[in-house]
Design a protein around this ligand. Structure first.
Ligand code: 13P
Length: 253
């Protein structure tokens, strides 16, 4: 069976390196015992090097939360995917809704995705609708968002693409989307990928769900939502909760 993929997006947490080390140690201790689950942690960039013990750490991989669309140069405050790759980072989240909200466009996102894939990173492209409506207009806008966010990405690169479907209204909320709808939406994401790249490529692309995932709902979302894994925010910096979540996911048949 293909391993389930659990990615922790720490966002701008925690506030000290000591605490970052503590959470990471706890995640690693749990991940060591898992047999059917791959774990990736995306800490704030300032902690990355301290948490990367050795290249290609097989227990918990490290991802970044963003990467710029230029390799190097006069771009104050930005981090290049080449630099991340050189450190031993394997994944990068691109197009998170919290960045899109601050004005990051589909066009910029597609450039970031293309360069990060070219640099050899696995890209976790975040997509998701702001709201849903009875007429299904959110489906059209999601499809367009996927198409435009991948506009600059040639077919030869999409083998390392992962898509995280995160409905914005469920991010940082009280409740996750119900698993039956997660299933429908993950199929829709695959269909949109198939329209852009072809059936084989779409089937091979991992689709994750994100938005208010916790240790209680994680298993159900994977089983009934039929997704390849989860992108977890708050619960990934809660050591006890994340430990329970990883164990629950790994116990699924
Ligand atoms: P929460 O799990 O805190 O809702 O955040 C989800 C998310 O945005 C992960 O990228």
């Amino acid at each position: 069976m293909k391993k389930k993929l659990i990615i922790g997006n720490w966002k701008m947490n925690p506030t000290t390196l000591d605490e970052a080390r503590r959470i990471f140690r706890s995640t690693k201790n749990t991940a060591k015992k898992l047999t059917s689950t791959e774990v990736v942690v995306c800490p704030p960039p300032v902690y990355i090097q301290a948490l990367l013990t050795k290249r290609g750490d097989p227990v918990v991989s490290i991802g970044a939360q963003d990467a710029y669309f230029e390799e190097q140069g006069s771009f104050t405050g930005e981090v290049s995917p080449i630099m991340l790759r050189d450190l031993g980072v394997t994944h990068v989240i691109i197009g998170h809704s919290e960045r899109r909200e601050k004005g990051e466009s589909d066009e910029v996102i597609s450039e970031k995705v293309a360069l990060a894939l070219e640099a050899g990173l696995k890209v976790v492209l975040c997509v998701g609708e702001k709201e849903r409506d009875e007429q299904g207009a959110h489906l059209e806008s999601l499809k367009l968002q996927i198409k435009n966010s991948l506009n600059k990405v040639p077919k030869r690169l999409i083998g390392k693409l992962i898509v995280a479907y995160e409905p914005i209204w469920a991010v940082g909320a009280k409740e996750a989307m119900d698993p039956a709808t997660v299933y429908e939406m993950s199929l829709f994401v695959k269909k949109s990928l198939a329209d852009a790249y072809g059936h084989t490529e779409a089937v091979a692309t991992q689709v994750l769900y994100g938005g208010s995932v916790n240790f209680r709902n994680a298993g159900d979302i994977i089983v009934r939502g039929k997704v390849d894994g989860l992108l977890v925010g708050r619960e990934s910096v809660n050591s006890d909760g994340f430990t329970e979540l990883l164990k629950a996911v790994d116990a699924l048949k």
